[in-house]
Design a binder for this molecule. Structure first.
Ligand code: IPM
Ligand code: MG
Length: 344
């Protein structure tokens, strides 16, 4: 039977790049595609960024493909009333609701784009790294609140949460794992380091492991990115480092991601946001979305050769000169879609 994929176009450029992804999926299918609402669009229709019905339909799917959520309209509503729903709650609700504790963000600059990065070619050439980000714990999901003129966001981790993400990191390693924390300051980071070291010793002693403090890791990511294979880190550090790492590829518009749990469907999405400034202009770069389709085929549907086919079609299109606006070119979403399909 055809795999069932729930597509969540979301907001901003989301619907445009989702339409492009559907064209790609139609070429690779047959798939059973179902489109549902999430984020601001869902707030407008239902007053909440994620309905129970949409979460259930994601739970019952084989994979979920999400484009982007958020936009100034809903930011303004929250500025006027802090209790108003936020589009991002849809994404966080999906991560938590589907138990997607592991977020994989591969960073591999396409050869054709080595000169599109703001970093020098000789620094980034040969970069091939994977950010393994813990996705359902830490400060994102701790207790938070306001009390008069103070506010707090608690960061908590359990040994079990660290062990399971550490295993994903070690299993993904080809050359080694760099575990990133702030163990010189934070207690959760000391627990992180201790636990990662123990899992390493007990289960993955053959894999190279080093530890870096997050500020040092941020610096080395731009000065010596080729030193990294797997970057294993907690939720907030992973959020920040993965946007930084994206610039090694020339544009945030290039980076795909996969979020997976212990079982059940994974969620696949570009790392970039909803780009409200260019929404509706037909100029969004769909390549991170296509890369996310590739990750969905690989990690979600067990279709490795189709995944590799999509990735090499993206590379070939770029080698043929495809450049969307974010890469300094003129190509539209439609042009980029044609170019990738032509190379498939
Ligand atoms: C990401 C995004 C999200 C995050 C936002 C939209 C909540 O920045 O996936 O990296 O912070 O995790
Ligand atoms: Mg982010």
């Amino acid at each position: 039977m055809a795999s069932r994929i729930v597509i969540l176009p979301g907001d901003g450029i989301g619907p445009e790049i989702s339409a492009a992804a559907r064209e790609l999926l139609d070429r690779l299918g047959p798939f059973q595609l179902e489109e549902r609402m999430v984020g601001g669009t869902s707030i407008d229709a239902h007053g909440t960024a994620l309905t129970g019905e949409v979460l259930d339909s994601c739970r019952n799917s084989d994979a979920v493909l999400l484009a982007a959520v958020g936009g100034p309209k809903w930011d303004a509503a929250v500025a006027a009333d802090p209790a108003a729903p936020r589009p991002e709650q849809g994404l966080l609700g999906l991560r938590k609701g589907l138990g997607l504790f592991a977020n994989l963000r591969p960073v591999r600059p396409s050869r054709a784009l080595l000169d599109a990065s703001p970093l020098k070619r000789d620094r980034i050439e040969g970069t091939d790294l994977l950010v393994v980000r813990e996705l359902t714990g830490g400060i994102y999901f701790g207790d938070s609140g306001r009390d008069g003129d103070s506010a707090h966001d608690d960061c908590a981790y359990t040994v079990g949460e660290i062990e399971r993400i550490a295993r994903v990191g070690f299993r993904s390693a080809r050359r080694g794992v760099t575990s990133v924390d702030k163990a010189n300051v934070l207690e959760t980071s000391r627990l992180w380091r201790e636990t990662v070291s123990r899992v390493h010793e007990e289960e993955f002693a053959g894999v190279a492991l080093d530890h870096l403090l997050v500020d040092n890791a941020a610096m080395q990511l731009v000065s010596r990115p080729t030193r990294f294979d797997v970057i294993l880190t907690e939720n907030l550090f992973g959020d920040i480092l993965s946007d930084e790492a994206a610039m090694l590829t020339g544009s945030l518009g290039m980076l795909p991601s996969a979020s997976i749990g212990a079982s059940g469907p994974g969620l696949f999405e570009p790392v970039h946001g909803s780009a409200p400034d260019i929404a509706g202009t037909g100029r969004a770069n769909p390549l991170a979305m296509f890369g996310s389709v590739a990750l969905m085929l690989r990690h979600g549907l067990g279709m490795e050769s189709a995944a590799a086919g999509v990735e090499s079609a993206i590379d070939r299109a770029l080698e043929d000169g495809l450049r969307t606006a974010d890469l300094g070119g003129e190509a539209t979403t439609e042009d980029a879609t044609r170019a990738v399909l032509a190379n498939l």
